[in-house]
Design a protein around this ligand. Structure first.
Ligand code: AMP
Length: 425
């Protein structure tokens, strides 16, 4: 019997939970400041939601989806990314009837059948943002601004913000003719995947990390030179705004994104401290045709997604800490036996009702060991409750970091606990 977790998945606990919550809370604060509202969609959708939007020619749809039939024979897929589900939800719930643009964010686990390695999992977590209902370049800038603020707040300093425009359908059509003309005589030298992409989605050849394909692309035409005036102007405006906001970027004319639904401005944030195959921490761009392609109204949109697991990996590698905004004083109660534990209940209740983080020893390991454990677990105070304390009604509050202690009569002066711990903050 196999009771291990499936390959490419992970159990998240301990320090990793602290990191995750820190990233999530930091992101949520920024989303609130920029006025983005949360949306939660199902973890699985009808398969067509993804195949129609991400594209049959993409790696995800062609080989990475977790697809299954339910008991009624419906074809369902565990979400491999967030955008398609949100577009589906916006259409289905007619959310576009409200004020546009819709500014939404999400957080959730995604599933892709990839070859697991460091920073590449089969179940991983993303946080993302979508702005639906305007083609104003300022919203592209806002999306990038959020992404940049988030990484700055998390303490990253040396990330590279790559931007490019892959143009509208018209620019891409012209480009693809020239691009395929260039590739045709070289097609035999492309890897198997790229030969496949040549017919289904040639732009994706730019995504290939294999040496021979990269070499072939060195002299290839670039989409950038095929941009129509409108796409060029929009891209220029975006770059000017980024400069105004002092957001550093580099133009990467080979940057395309893995899904078919992207149009116009695309971007990616990468770390040079990570191996090149897994160095992207997040990315996104415009997807002006997606809602229409899913049967909804013709609404332009833009968004990004970041990979939480990869960010944690890099934070640890760079020794960036997860900081709590304000470390609240924590009290650990050491009760000497079961009877003392009973007497501790009123103290625990008083402290917990007052919003103080506190806990009690459930096993008795002796005072010395308990104090050590309290210190290790981040408690700054202990209260010891033994026979004597029950008899006299006096408690001893010990500040274990400053080696101070205070005697407090429980009946007459329990509020003094708050005063004493307040002084230590
Ligand atoms: P994508 O949805 O492919 O644009 O990915 C957005 C971000 O999610 C990437 O930049 C990664 O940080 C993260 N990501 C994508 N795929 C995986 C994976 N298989 N395992 C871990 N993180 C991933």
């Amino acid at each position: 019997m196999n009771i291990n977790r499936p390959r490419g998945t992970t159990d998240i606990y301990g320090e990793n939970i602290e990191y995750r919550n820190y990233i999530s809370n930091t992101a949520r604060k920024i989303f609130e400041i920029f006025n983005y509202k949360e949306i939660i969609t199902p973890a699985f959708e009808h398969t067509t939601v993804f195949s129609r939007s991400i594209g049959e020619g993409s790696d995800i749809v062609s080989k990475e989806m977790y697809t299954f039939q339910d008991r009624k024979g419906r074809l369902l897929t565990l979400r491999p990314e967030g955008t398609a589900s949100i577009a589906r939800a916006v259409i289905e719930n007619k959310m576009y009837v409200e004020n546009l643009p819709l500014k939404l964010f999400y957080e959730g686990n995604m599933f892709r059948y990839e070859r697991p390695q460091k920073g590449r999992m089969r179940e991983f977590w993303q946080i993302g943002v979508e702005a639906i209902g305007t083609d104003n370049p300022i919203i592209d800038v806002e999306i990038m601004w959020i992404l940049n603020s988030l990484f700055e707040k998390l303490g990253f300093r040396k990330l590279v913000f790559k931007v490019n425009s892959i143009g509208c359908n018209k620019c891409r059509e012209k480009f693809l003719i020239e691009f395929k003309r260039y590739l045709e005589p070289r097609i035999e030298k492309l890897c198997d995947d790229c030969r496949n992409r040549f017919d289904k989605n040639a732009m994706r050849i730019f995504d290939c990390k294999k040496g021979e394909c990269i070499n072939i692309l060195k002299d290839s035409p670039e989409i950038y030179s095929f941009l129509c005036d409108d796409c060029k102007d929009k891209f220029k405006e975006i770059l000017e705004c980024l400069e105004e906001l002092k957001i550093d970027y580099v133009i990467d004319k080979t940057l395309v994104r893995g899904f078919d639904y992207y149009t116009g401005t695309v971007f990616e944030i990468i770390s040079e401290d990570l191996k090149s195959e897994q160095n992207a921490l997040g990315g996104g761009g415009r997807y002006d045709n997606l809602l229409k392609e899913l049967g909804g109204p013709d609404l332009p949109a833009t968004g990004f997604a970041i990979g939480v697991d990869r960010i944690i990996m890099l934070m640890k590698q760079l020794k960036l800490s997860y900081k709590k905004d304000r470390e609240l004083p924590r009290i650990y109660i050491i009760a000497m036996d079961r009877k003392c534990q009973f007497h501790s209940l009123k103290v625990l209740k008083y402290l917990r009702d007052s919003g103080i983080v506190c806990d009690i020893n459930f096993n008795n390991r002796g005072i010395k060991k308990e104090i050590k454990l309290a210190e290790k677990n981040g408690y700054s105070f202990v209260i010891i409750i033994g026979e004597n304390e029950i008899k006299t009604g006096n408690l001893v509050l010990k500040d274990i970091r400053k080696f101070k202690q205070y005697s407090i009569n429980w009946e007459n002066e329990k509020e003094k606990i708050m005063e004493f711990i307040g002084e230590s903050v």
